[in-house]
Write a protein that binds this ligand. Structure first.
Ligand code: UTP
Length: 413
């Protein structure tokens, strides 16, 4: 171990990260070893580049922005509806459709102790977010006699707790053999000076690498291979926190097939120009999502002749991907964005600090950056009150209270 220690020390000196060993002597042997191993796996050049990016001003001037066409589910003719539905239903019945739930986020805004999916929404039934999603898959089974394969992405931080929770709840009555967990990647978090932080245990302080980490995680964990081996052609990828998500939607699948595209996304109408949501668009000719922080006030407020917002199709993290698209996208890492957050850490005196204001950067890839690698995609506008009830904040907008009301209204309970 001494040799390893010397190697690590040299490495840290080279990159100016010596603070990582200041509490080393206080650790037990196992942790000492673990810390050294963790340090040896860090890509310090990448961390340096990510840190430099936090200092760069983002320029949006070269973006050529265009609205993107969409189909409105509610305005499909009876004939179109039936045609798409039939195409989609065939995929489901033939076992070619799977669902992936991204449950690796830290859910910091909700402040729930445990994986976000285990959060009790406060219904009379006390169903948690995982069970609410599972209910829709059970409905699919009742309709089509097929247990759709359900893949759940966790993080290093919440994987064990998530699996235990499913075991304890007997997989909510779903066919256990159809459920598969896989874990997403992590990146070290750094302070304002670019120094990597230690966590409460004195090991490297890491955070999940964003929902855009899903594609690489699917490749690394053999999920793409597993899907192909099972004959799955389409995977719906969504978050864990939309309690009205319609994860199995034959019409969306039918539209994707008909339009001959590899990805189809659902949108809801942006409530007002100021709403803090990303919207579907074409960016430099490619399908994309522009964040509320990236769009100028003028474009955000621009309206069409019919009075609707020109950029009004909100992205709700409900997208259907063909397995070939996932395979391609997973070959490269998506770009990382930084978020300035309050992150507890162990300081150089071995004390745990719980900051009251943001103190550190974490790095995340965004799933929708993958759209820019496509020539085209299909967008289907759905009704907000039928398909979008997010649980993000502990109180106020997009909170358990608002999501519960939307859920109760939709199911009439
Ligand atoms: P959000 O971006 O809303 O993040 O995730 P979050 O973790 O739920 O909450 P905050 O921002 O910390 O408060 C949208 C969806 O993407 C998943 C989340 O679990 C949620 O289902 N996600 C997010 C991941 O699976 N991994 C990540 O690294 C980030």
């Amino acid at each position: 171990m001494e040799e390893k220690y010397s190697r690590v020390k040299e490495l840290l000196e080279e990159y100016g990260q010596e603070q990582l060993l200041t509490n080393y002597e206080k650790l037990d042997v196992n942790k000492k070893n673990k810390l050294l191993d963790e340090i040896l796996t860090i890509n310090f050049n990448q961390i340096e580049k990510l840190y430099q990016n936090t200092k760069k001003e983002i320029s949006f001037s070269q973006i050529n922005l265009q609205p993107i066409p969409y189909v409105e589910k509610d305005k499909l003719s009876e004939e179109e509806r039936e045609k798409y539905k039939k195409q989609g239903e065939e995929l489901i019945k033939e076992g070619k459709y799977a669902v992936v739930t991204m449950a690796g986020g830290q859910g910091t805004r909700l402040s729930h102790n445990g994986p976000k999916g285990t959060y009790d929404l406060g219904l009379d039934s006390h169903k948690c977010l995982f069970e609410i999603l599972c209910d829709t898959l059970k409905e699919t089974y009742e309709k089509y006699g097929e247990y759709v394969p359900w893949y759940i992405m966790t993080s290093e931080e919440n994987n064990d707790d998530t699996i235990k929770f499913f075991e304890k709840n007997n997989y909510f009555g779903y066919d256990k053999s159809k459920v598969k967990f896989f874990t997403q990647g992590q990146l070290p978090v750094i302070d304002e000076q670019g120094k990597i932080l230690l966590n409460k245990e004195g090991l490297i302080n890491k955070a999940a690498d964003g929902h855009g980490g899903i594609f690489v995680a699917m490749r690394k964990n053999g999920i793409i291979y597993d899907m192909k081996a099972r004959g799955i052609q389409w995977a719906f990828i969504g978050g864990v926190d939309n309690v009205l998500a319609k994860m199995v939607d034959p019409i969306l699948a039918g539209i994707a097939k008909q339009k001959n595209v590899l990805v189809a996304g659902k949108s809801v109408v942006k409530a007002c120009p100021e709403e803090r949501v990303g919207v579907f668009c074409r960016k430099n000719e490619k399908p994309s999502v522009i964040e509320y922080s990236e769009i100028s006030k003028e474009l955000a407020e621009s309206r069409e002749q019919n009075g609707e917002l020109t950029y009004g199709e909100s992205h709700i993290l409900c997208n259907l991907f063909n397995i070939e698209a996932i395979d391609e996208i997973s070959k490269d890492k998506l770009p990382y964005h930084y978020a300035y957050k309050k992150i507890p850490y162990m300081n150089e005196n071995g004390e745990i600090v719980n900051p009251e204001k943001p103190n550190a950067y974490k790095f995340e890839a965004f799933l929708f950056d993958a759209f820019e690698s496509l020539e085209d995609m299909a967008i289907m506008r759905v009704k907000r009150e039928e398909e979008f009830a997010p649980v993000k904040n502990a109180e106020g907008v997009d909170s358990p209270e608002t999501a519960r009301k939307l859920y109760q209204n939709f199911y009439n309970i």
